[in-house]
Each structure stands twice: as structure tokens, then as C-alpha cells.
Design a protein around this ligand. Structure first.
Ligand code: KG4
Ligand code: ZN
Length: 344
């Protein structure tokens, strides 16, 4: 079955065609980065306007690259939650209109569940062997708006074990980069800068919340404040560069994640860890996780870490295969409260 996936929850306007939840036939990602860069962050009004301008062309391009017509498509999957409301509406209503006009089944999917599905896709360049036999596994969802540690039982069934109690990890990268004018988007810039920095130049402290009920939770507001307005308190090296700051911040940001993750791995006994979301592209996070020899860590290829239509089409297939579809009156939701324990 061939599914058209549409993703417009934030600042990437993307459409893809995926066959049987696995094989990517096309994955068009039109990024709005240049339009938001001058504000060092996503401007929601600009994002939804650009989606409105681009969505038709992006979907057309996805079909063309897959050498398919719309009548070769078995279903349309689209992100309807969570995300920027105006942005979500563009993709959602486009998909609804298409489904209505062509009488094609329509499936509304959760963006974060789709991120966790990304490593199941065969990318254009790489074959990943993650299969449904790997469930249950430990899930790490790290993006600009979310930080979730979960036990994943199935493509649509996750038990949230821990989340951030304040800011998301990607947001902390973005805010620190914005404060110092390092560039946009902040996560990728800090990742690059950190390669030439000394991660011991500043020694930031870890939040003291990993006890009792917070064993799997994380917090990023402390490190964000420390790295911006309290920097001198954490200085170890006399002369430092921006690269040193980037490396020190990144090290602590990853240490925070790792502590919660390793607690979750120890308590559940799960040894397979699957990561997803924009921050899963972070090279230092990947290195540190690869060092955990008792864990089998699976990451999506870099081009499937950020927002993309392929992960939406991929997960959409499994709903369709189960006989599920959505009604055309389903709303867009900027937040989700359907999972156990504070998700999002
Ligand atoms: O999943 P995503 O593309 O969009 C959301 O759903 O939020 O994630 C975007 C986040 C941003 O905060 C961005 O700075 C971060 O992912 N990011 C990174 C890297 N690449 C993107 N963070 C750390 N290191 C990276 N290499
Ligand atoms: Zn995302």
C-alpha cells in the first residue's frame, strides 16, 4: 500500500510517499529556516503563511518524484497533533480536502509517535533493520518542544516514563544559541561549534531531581539560565571561546538526558533504545549513547531526525493496515493529553 504523508506541524513543509510503512518512494522537505533565521526562532504566523503558499507544490513534487498520480495512493496520512496550531491546520485541511475530493482514506497521526517510527523506515541511503519484533523498547523523543523517555509497546502505544519538568532539550539548545547569537537553528549550530571546543571549560551542574518519582524526568531551565545569565559562576578555564561554551553546554545537556535514560533502562531491563526527533541528530548524543555497550541504540538516519512526511506516511500505513482511519471532522491539537503522565 502506498501512503501519502503530509507534515506541517512547525516550520518544515513536507510530503512523502511510503510503501508498506517501510520503503520511501519520495520525501520532499521544504524548509522555512531562511524565513525564521532573522528572528532566531520560528514565527508561527510566518510558518503557517509559508505552508499555505507551498503545500500544493510540495505534495505535487512528492507524487512526481515517486512517479505516481493521486489515484495510485491508498491513503493520506497527516500530522494533526501536537504542534503550532496555524501550521497544523494547513496540512490537515489540505489532506482532508484531498481525501474528500478523491474519496481516499484519511488518517490523522501524532507527530511524536511518528518521530519514534522514523527508524523503521528504509531511508533512501541506508537500510535499517528495526522491525516490529523489537517492541517493547525504550524510546527517547527529543525535539524542540518535547523531551520524552518512554516504553514503546507498539507504534501507537507508548507508556511515558519521564518528561521534562520545564523546557525541552531542543528548546534549551535554541535559546542558548539565540542568546549568544550563534546562529539558527541553534541545535545544529551548537553541535558543530562544540566539535572545536573544550567541554570542561565550564562545569555546569546537573539538576537534582533524579530521585523518587523524578527518576526518569529531566529539567533544562537550570542549565539554560546557567549558560546565559550565570555563566561566570561555572567557569573553570580562564580564557574561553564560544566553542568551549557550546561544548560545555552540550555535554551537560546530554549528561542530563543520559542519567534519566540509564535509570529507565536499568529499571525496565529494556536493552534496545530507539531515538527520534530533531535532537536525535546530535553527534555528541550519538557518541555517548554508542558508548553504552549494554544498550543497542538505534537512531534514524540524519535526514529523518527532523520533521518529515515519510515518518507520517510510515506510521499511517500501520493504522490503515489495522483498518483504522480518521473522520473528516477531526481537529488540530496544539497539545496532546492522551498519554499517561504529562505528555506532552
Ligand atoms: O523534531 P524537530 O525537527 O522539530 C520539532 O518537532 O520540534 O526538532 C527541532 C529541534 C530544534 O530544537 C533543533 O535545534 C534541534 O531539534 N536540533 C538539534 C540538532 N539538530 C536539530 N539539537 C542538537 N543537535 C543537533 N544536531
Ligand atoms: Zn518534530
Amino acid at each position: 500500500m502506498k501512503i501519502l504523508g503530509i507534515e506541517t506541524s512547525c516550520d518544515e513543509c513536507s510530503a512523502a510517499v511510503v510503501e508498506d510503512g517501510k520503503k520511501i518512494l519520495s520525501n520532499v522537505i521544504a524548509t522555512q529556516i531562511p524565513f525564521h533565521a532573522q528572528w532566531s526562532g520560528v514565527v508561527p504566523e510566518i510558518a503557517s503563511r509559508k505552508h499555505t503558499e507551498w503545500i500544493y507544490t510540495v505534495v505535487k513534487e512528492a507524487l512526481d518524484r515517486a512517479t505516481l498520480q493521486i489515484n495510485n495512493i491508498d491513503a493520506i496520512a497527516v500530522t494533526n497533533r501536537p504542534g503550532l496550531f496555524g501550521s497544523l491546520l494547513v496540512g490537515l485541511n489540505f489532506a482532508k480536502a484531498f481525501s474528500w475530493a478523491r474519496n481516499i482514506p484519511f488518517i490523522a497521526v501524532d507527530h511524536m509517535l511518528a518521530h519514534l517510527y522514523a527508524p523503521f523506515l528504509d531511508s533512501l541511503s541506508t537500510h535499517y533493520s528495526l522491525t516490529t519484533n523489537h517492541y517493547p523498547f525504550l524510546g527517547l523523543l527529543v525535539s524542540g518542544g518535547h523531551t520524552i523517555i518512554c516504553k514503546a509497546n507498539n507504534f501507537d502505544n507508548i507508556e511515558v516514563m519521564g518528561t521534562t519538568i520545564d523546557d525541552a532539550v531542543g528548546e534549551a539548545f535554541d535559546k542558548v544559541a539565540k542568546f549568544y547569537g550563534f546562529g539558527y537553528p541553534g541545535g545544529a549550530v551548537i553541535d558543530r561549534m562544540a566539535k572545536n571546543g573544550d567541554s570542561e571549560a565550564f562545569q555546569f551542574t546537573l539538576p537534582s531531581l533524579h530521585k523518587g518519582q523524578h527518576r526518569y524526568d529531566v529539567s533544562y531551565s537550570g542549565i539554560k539560565t546557567a549558560a546565559t545569565s550565570q555563566l561566570e559562576m561555572f567557569r573553570v578555564k580562564k580564557e574561553t571561546t564560544n566553542e568551549d561554551l557550546a561544548a560545555s553546554f552540550q555535554k551537560t545537556a546530554v549528561d542530563i538526558l543520559l542519567r534519566a535514560l540509564l535509570n529507565a533502562a536499568e529499571d525496565t531491563g529494556l536493552t534496545c533504545l530507539v531515538a527520534g526527533g530533531g535532537v536525535a541528530a546530535n553527534s555528541y548524543l550519538r557518541t555517548r549513547l554508542a558508548e553504552q555497550k549494554h544498550l543497542n541504540c538505534v537512531f534514524p538516519p540524519l535526514d529523518l531526525c527532523g520533521d518529515n512526511g515519510a515518518m507520517i506516511a510510515g506510521i499511517g500505513y500501520h493504522y490503515l493496515a489495522r483498518g483504522d482511519h480518521s473522520e473528516l471532522d477531526i481537529p488540530a491539537l496544539s497539545r496532546v493529553s492522551g498519554f499517561k503522565k504529562r505528555y506532552p
